[in-house]
Design a protein around this ligand. Structure first.
Ligand code: FAD
Ligand code: NAD
Length: 471
């Protein structure tokens, strides 16, 4: 494809949604261009989200384990020091390798990568303010908006990414803060609180609701992980709202009080992480020129084929409906391109897993107990603790459990909820089971290798339709 010709597809945004759609479109033989303003591909996920946070989570866990969990394993370690600059460098190496990898995949699949900021000139034309200076425009038969999301700010606090930070600052601090307060006990709050607490910070998490983990996490699982994270040193203030923030001094002061009114106190910290959710990002796209509008939460409204009211303009990923997850964006990207090339596409929104990469990890797919109760579904529960699993025991890493929710009559699996070592990998089995409409008996009668953590998954399934052997 050359810049001058009309493209079959022009994509605005080179995050997971945009870059996957671009590669898929290239594979399908479409003439495709992808516009990205960041200077590197991969969006939030690769540059400042999933990937850098997992690098820090992995290495801070190793550090913490070496500091606190070696003697009983027969390993004597002396003189352990944190080299934060090197830890950040390791993170940057992973990010750099992966973002460059996407550029390679673009070339391989004949995707034109336009570096700059795109905005609608008309329904088929995107003007691009080029990063290297100057302007260009590109026309597309189809346009895909994949501009992602941004952190929701907290009123009264000014984000400087040093003292008052979002996740972007939290993956790039140059020293370990003595005290950190996290506003919001969702996934970002807990992952980042884990990193900095492991590296030596005194971290307090303030959460408005009565449980941590953000939307979707099962209450039993939330209570279980809260207890474990508490043992690791994290402090929690649940049912608590931040009334006022003051960042005018050296540190940050937060006035908090019970969510339903009541006891008030002031929390002080060197660094405050704002992690109260993310909101769609569509600023500067020039919607006024083409008559597109967002709803009251900033999301572009679409139909089941990801079309806006202008049918050749589609929207996927964080800037529209559904969970803000990279793998959800990826599924939508493939489906959206298939709608263009084949007239059909498919995403099963009922079988999208969620993972929180704390230690132990938390992972779930399908519905949780509160949702089933609310829907009036007659369900049964089966669970199995990792403390009864041989591999977890040998690894001296046996906190947590696997919990199944299945239809009381048909035994069909409705939800799987795990807190435990490697939960993020194990949930793939639950997701596949849900996708294939499996029963807990299907899982319980499937051989799982011994000794593996996955046996806890099998035994939790057995406990749902009958009895587990080892508990
Ligand atoms: P984005 O990744 O935000 O990409 C949009 C891109 O569009 C950006 O690069 C932006 O620069 C570009 N853009 C915007 N406007 C324009 C314009 N006008 N012109 C050109 N380019 C433009 N999800 C998971 O599934 N697993 C995780 O472990 C995970 N960890 C996370 C950790 C953190 C700290 C954060 C913040 C998020 C995490 N997420 C995770 C969420 C995940 O990052 C998002 O769901 C995912 O990035 C959404 O992809 P997207 O392509 O829709 O948007
Ligand atoms: P979130 O919605 O997961 O959690 C925000 C939390 O903040 C909620 O528990 C909410 O009750 C609380 N909250 C909101 N306002 C508050 C206030 N004023 N005071 C106290 N608490 C308040 O959002 P997030 O953690 O910011 O993450 C944003 C998005 O990024 C999510 O959609 C998440 O799925 C995604 N993400 C995913 C991963 C992962 O998959 N591992 C990692 C990081 C981010």
């Amino acid at each position: 494809a050359t810049p001058s010709e009309e493209k079959d597809l022009v994509i605005i945004g080179g995050g997971v949604a945009g870059y996957v759609a671009a590669i898929k479109a290239g594979q399908e033989g479409l003439k495709v261009a992808c516009i990205e303003k960041r200077g590197s591909l991969g969006g939030t996920c690769l540059n400042v989200g999933c990937i850098p946070s997992k690098s820090l989570l992995n290495n801070s866990h190793l550090y913490h384990q070496i500091m606190h969990d070696t003697k009983n394993r027969g390993i004597e370690v002396n003189d352990v020091k944190l080299n934060l600059a090197q830890m950040m460098k390791a993170k940057e190496t992973s990010v750099g390798g992966l973002t460059k990898g996407i550029e390679f995949l673009f070339k391989k699949n004949n995707v034109e990568y336009i570096k700059g900021t795109g905005a609608f000139a008309d329904e088929h034309t995107i003007n691009v303010n080029l990063t290297e200076g100057g302007e260009t425009s590109v026309r597309g038969k189809n346009i895909l908006i994949a501009t992602g999301s941004e952190a929701t700010p907290f009123p009264g606090l000014t984000i400087d990414e040093k003292k008052v930070i979002t996740s972007t600052g939290a993956i790039a601090l140059t020293e370990v803060p003595k005290k950190m307060v996290v506003i919001g006990g969702g996934i970002i709050g807990l992952e980042m609180a884990s990193v900095w607490s492991r590296l030596g910070s005194e971290v307090t998490v303030v959460e408005f609701l009565g449980q941590i983990g953000g939307p979707g996490m099962d209450t039993d699982i939330s209570k279980n992980i809260q207890k474990t994270l508490g043992k690791q040193g994290l402090k929690f203030k649940l049912n608590t709202k931040v009334v006022k923030g003051d960042d005018s001094g050296e540190g940050v002061k937060l006035d908090v009080e019970a969510a339903k009114g009541g006891k008030a106190e002031t929390l002080e910290a060197d660094v405050c992480l704002v992690a109260i959710g993310r909101r769609p990002y569509t600023a500067g796209l020039g919607f006024e020129k083409i008559g597109l509008e967002t709803d009251n939460r900033g999301r572009l409204v679409i139909d089941q084929e990801y079309r806006t009211k202008i049918p050749h303009i589609r929207v996927i990923g964080d800037c529209t409906f559904g969970p803000m997850l990279a793998h959800k964006a990826e599924e939508e990207a493939v489906a959206a391109v298939e709608y263009i090339t084949k007239n059909y596409g498919h995403v099963n929104y009922g079988a999208i897993p969620s993972v929180m990469y704390t230690h132990p990890e938390v992972a779930w797919v399908g519905q949780n107990e509160a949702e089933l109760k609310e829907a009036g579904v007659n369900y049964k529960v089966g669970s199995f603790p990792f403390s009864a699993n041989s591999r977890a025991k040998t690894n001296l890493d046996s906190e947590g459990l696997v919990k199944f929710l299945a239809d009381a009559e048909t035994d069909r699996i409705l939800g799987v909820h795990i807190v435990g070592p490697n939960a993020g990998e194990m949930i793939a089995e639950g997701t596949l089971a849900l996708e294939y409409g499996a029963s807990t008996e299907d899982i319980g009668r499937t051989s799982h290798a011994h000794p593996t953590l996955a046996e806890a998954f099998k035994e939790a399934a057995m406990a749902t339709y009958g009895k587990a052997i080892h508990y």
